[in-house]
Design a protein around this ligand. Sequence first.
Ligand code: AMP
Length: 378
Amino acid sequence: MNVLVLGAGQLARMMALAGAPLNLKVSAYDVRSGNLVHPVTLEVLGHGLENGIADADVITAEFEHIAPDILNICQASGKFYPGEEAILTGGDRRKEKTLLDKASVNNARYHTILNREDFDTAMNTIGIPMIIKSALDGYDGKGQWRLKSIDDAESVWLDIAAFLQASHQGDRQCVIAEEFVPFDREVSLIGARNANGEIEVYPLTENIHTDGILSVSVAACENKALQAQAEAMFKAVADALNYVGVLAIEFFDVNGNLMVNEIAPRVHNSGHWTQQGAEVCQFENHLRAVCNLPLGSANRIRPTAMINIIGEVTVPEDVIRLAHVHWYDKAPRPGRKIGHINVCADSPTELADKLEQIATLLADDEFPAVKQAASSLI
Ligand code: AMP
């Protein structure tokens, strides 16, 4: 079967690697150049979306910030999963919030802001502190403002007004003000749903972010009550979208109660641990779902942690003795994800030990959360 992925980054690459044993041939459409490329070698295989669609049995996506006309063409082909509506929803916080409300899923109180009057209403109804996020083009904490004091209201508003005016998205762009959630930690749930509505979900993963970017994800301990809450919300959201493929949901854990932060209609960075830590990884399960093959077990087979490799950093070879290193074959740049490290163990304590050992091999400022992840396990 031929699968075309919109986007030619590391997620398409890892889908191609996971699909090979099932004879699933994955190619990628680079939305910037219009080239059709091999997602691992980046060899150019052709050009133009129409050609890619003609050769594909199935189309999917590795990111949600895709121009509506591209999504529209893919949808019209009848081969696109999870489909136009799911991708548009994941890429637009306004649509996302509407979906969460429709699915009756707990999420932070919010107010949509198009102008100064809305901004004032948001301050009065949501209250300060509040977090303001762009509806479109926001990822890894980009396109966000934090209003911590009424004294900053004028300058924050001027920033937002300039942002809205400069946006090329026209009427589709706006910002969403959210209440500040005093969460204890951030967790995420990755799961797959197929066209029959069958679902396989992985255990919850605890995520540590640094400056809005994921540093470390840990899948080591079970919390049955939290898992049940997360799975119920996953089902509500996935069913509301009639979703086919892997879907990720990020949550805030507030005193044992989960609140959805955001959804990602695709395989997700916080699910990379599944490559070594689960029976069937998220990349294979996404392909199985969109290709209408039986879903694989999402059981965790051993405690596993994932450490992101971000920016211009080096990883000593000794790390390979202790862990699985996945490079993306990308040129290093500040803030750019260029690989990750999966660390596995037989118990949470052993995982903490291994993370401690790995932390001694890595620079603290380049891998800021590894020690924190180790201590959270003890
Ligand atoms: P996001 O791009 O929405 O995932 O936001 C990036 C990070 O900002 C999240 O991982 C949280 O650490 C933090 N954050 C986002 N929304 C809120 C909120 N409503 N309250 C508190 N922290 C938040």
